[in-house]
Ligand binder design. Structure first.
Ligand code: COA
Length: 338
């Protein structure tokens, strides 16, 4: 894999995850409901992807609202108020607006007046890109703490007439608070990030940017929706997540047998199975929730991390591997000592 930046824990202050949170919209859309929208079946979706249902944000419920609700729970667990936050990074490909950043709306929702706030756009890898940015920002001493959020309202960018894509995605948000690790009580051990812009066409939203503005008087709706070459994306996802996992494991000075829990991007159960087989990690040591939420892009790893945390799946000292893959193409991984 080319172009992969690996950063082990160097001469920085160690940084830990002090709190996690997640929020899923109330509305559940089942596979059976999709049978009424497109030519598909519960059996096809379940057997090809593992997805059984997904959440759909309400009218008027924007990405920033989902993000703020997840963030409030993470802040509460970390024992911080919104006003205490110094840095907010929102990872999203479905921002409320092209500008300003969704992080600005979240700053307002949380009352985090002193926080520097911006978005990162790295698709499904976004939360782990944000994790590495926040880790180095807090670890260098530039910021006292950081709130990172993966949040998506993909239902607004999915073509509900396209069975190739509409069955895969859902809405939601997950968040984490990063603080210096003062007594060595848990820390992020390594991160590995990578990008391959040559494969940008495999998964994109072609319209709505400066290359193809969507005009009110001549809208071309299709260009505003997610377009994907599923089979090609599948192959890249398996290879990139395997290599990214190995990069982070090696940078942390570990082997795959040290990993107590794998929290992978939640896109497709068959992709997860292929990675687990290649890394030789026990299936019981893998956290999976895609059956309930589908692929929530930048939110997926963040939501899974919070659910694993709140279900007590990680004990102090456990080595946890997070790995993701997405449009860009992008990929990212991290090892956390809990
Ligand atoms: N219901 C029923 N049939 C469907 C369908 C659906 N929802 N979606 C596609 N099909 C059909 C296709 O039209 C195709 O029909 P054909 O053989 O008559 O042409 C057939 O199923 C097989 O399509 P194929 O694309 O080969 O299926 P697949 O086994 O590769 O599964 C994906 C499709 C999208 C589930 C799979 O490729 C995938 O998960 N890719 C990665 C997607 C992803 O993770 N994206 C986000 C990355 S972060």
């Amino acid at each position: 894999m080319k172009n992969s930046a690996v950063s082990p824990d160097q001469k920085m202050i160690p940084v830990r995850i002090a709190g996690t949170g997640s929020y899923l919209p109330e509305r559940i859309m089942t596979n059976q409901e999709l049978e009424d929208l497109v030519d598909t079946s519960d059996d096809w979706i379940t057997s090809r992807t593992g997805i059984r249902e997904r959440r759909i944000a309400a009218e008027g419920e924007h990405t920033s609202h989902l993000a703020a609700k997840a963030a409030e729970k993470a802040l509460e667990q970390a024992g911080l108020d919104g006003a205490d936050v110094h840095l907010i990074i929102v990872a999203t490909i479905t921002p409320d607006t092209l500008t300003p950043a969704t992080a600005c709306y979240v700053q307002q929702h949380l009352g985090s007046q002193r926080a520097v706030a911006f978005d990162v756009s790295a698709a499904c890898s976004g939360f782990l890109y944000a994790l590495e940015l926040a880790r180095t920002s807090v670890g260098s001493g530039a910021f006292r703490n950081a709130l990172i959020i993966g949040a998506e309202k993909l239902s607004a960018f999915v073509d509900w007439n396209d069975r190739n894509t509409c069955v895969l995605f859902g809405d939601g948000a997950g968040a984490a608070v990063l603080l210096p690790s003062e007594n060595g009580d848990g820390k992020i051990l390594s991160c590995a990030l990578g990008t391959d812009g040559a494969q940008a066409e495999l998964l994109n939203i072609p319209g709505g940017g400066s290359a193809c503005p969507l005009k009110v008087d001549a809208p071309n709706e299709k260009l505003a929706y997610l377009a994907m070459q599923g089979r090609e994306v599948f192959k890249h996802a398996v290879n990139a997540m395997k290599t990214a996992s190995i990069d982070a494991i090696e940078a942390a000075g570990l082997t795959a047998s040290d990993i107590k829990l794998l929290i992978p991007h939640q896109a497709n159960l068959r992709i997860i199975d292929a990675i687990v087989e290649r890394l030789e990690i026990d299936r019981e040591d893998v956290f999976i929730n895609l059956d309930k939420y589908g692929n929530t892009s930048a939110a997926a790893v963040a939501i899974a991390l919070d659910e694993a945390n709140r279900q007590g799946r990680m004990e102090k000292g456990d080595k946890v591997l997070l790995v993701a893959f997405g449009a860009g193409l992008t990929w990212a991984s991290a090892i956390i000592e809990w």
